[in-house]
Structures are given as structure tokens and as C-alpha cells.
Design a binder for this molecule. Sequence first.
Ligand SMILES: [Zn+2]
Length: 194
Amino acid sequence: MGRVGDWAKETLPPVLLVLFLDVAVTVAFVLLSGKSVRVGTFRPADAIPPKVAELLAIGVAVGLLECLGRGRPDASLFTFGLAFVALIAVDHFPSAFGFAQPIRPAHSLTFLVLMVSVLALAFRKRPEVPIAAAAGFFGHMAGDTGIFAPVQPFSFQYIPLAPYTGAFAVAAVVVAIAAGYTKRRRVQRAAWRY
Ligand SMILES: [Zn+2]
């Protein structure tokens, strides 16, 4: 298989799994939420292009930090940076279609724990995958403003994101470098076996 084939084989399964988890968690949290907390609204149309540009910029930064930890350019890690930052935004889809929903189901520690656990199980031989997903989550959260419910669906109490922006940004940098370093060690160990 060529380079593009290898890249697709490495990146598509984790990305599709996170997309699936995001949609599943969003639907589950909509169903588990009371009517009074379904106050999530979709961004006005003119606010979408700047947000997309911001997510792209954060995704590029996270991807480059992962390559830094890896010690070399790595197309798969760079792709994870972009994809895992962007995918958190998928949880707005019910409101995009006009359905009432709780605010930001995937922007929760519940989703973070679930996503990292499922990826760690599904990609046991590639420990950098769940770490890269966590880096994407933290990067996405660092760019957001407004409110979130960190432990939904157990509590839909909304709190402001602003006090945590710095912590999320630091976590994104550290965890992204750790993801790259983890892959570097894994590839080195695989090479030593021969
Ligand atoms: Zn967001």
C-alpha cells in the first residue's frame, strides 16, 4: 500500500470512531436531559466562518506540537490534531437541525473520559491515539467561550468556561507533545525488535 493508503488506514478508524461516539453521546444526552436544560442554540450564520478558522488554527497548532513531540513531521499525528480539535464541535448537530438540545454534550469531562477509554481499548497497539484525542479536546475547549456542563448527563448545571481557558490551553500543549513522544517511543521500540 502507498503512503496515502497507510495514512488513511492509520487515521480513518480513530477519526470515524470519535465521530460516532460524539453523535452517540449527543443523542444520549439529549434523551437524558430534562426539557428545561435543552437551551443549546446554534451559532448565527455569520459567526461560523471565524469559528471554523479558529478551530483550524488550533488544530494546526495541536498537530504541530504532536510532530514536535514525535521529533519529526508526521502526517497521521498532524491529521489527528486537526480532526480531534474539530470533531468536538459535532455535538451542535441537533440544534443545527432545529432540535432542542442541552449545551455542548461532547464538551464535557464525561465525553473526554469515555472517548479516551474507548480509544485506548480499540487502539491498544497505538497508545498515542487516545492521548492525541485528549489533546484535541483540550485544544478545542481552550478556544471556546460561554458555558458548559462538565459532568453531564449526571448534572446539567452550566458553568462559565472562561476561568478554565488557561488550564485547557496548557493541557493541550503538554498532552499534544506527550502524544507525539508516545508515538516516537512506540516506533523506536518496534524498530529495536528487528
Ligand atoms: Zn466548542
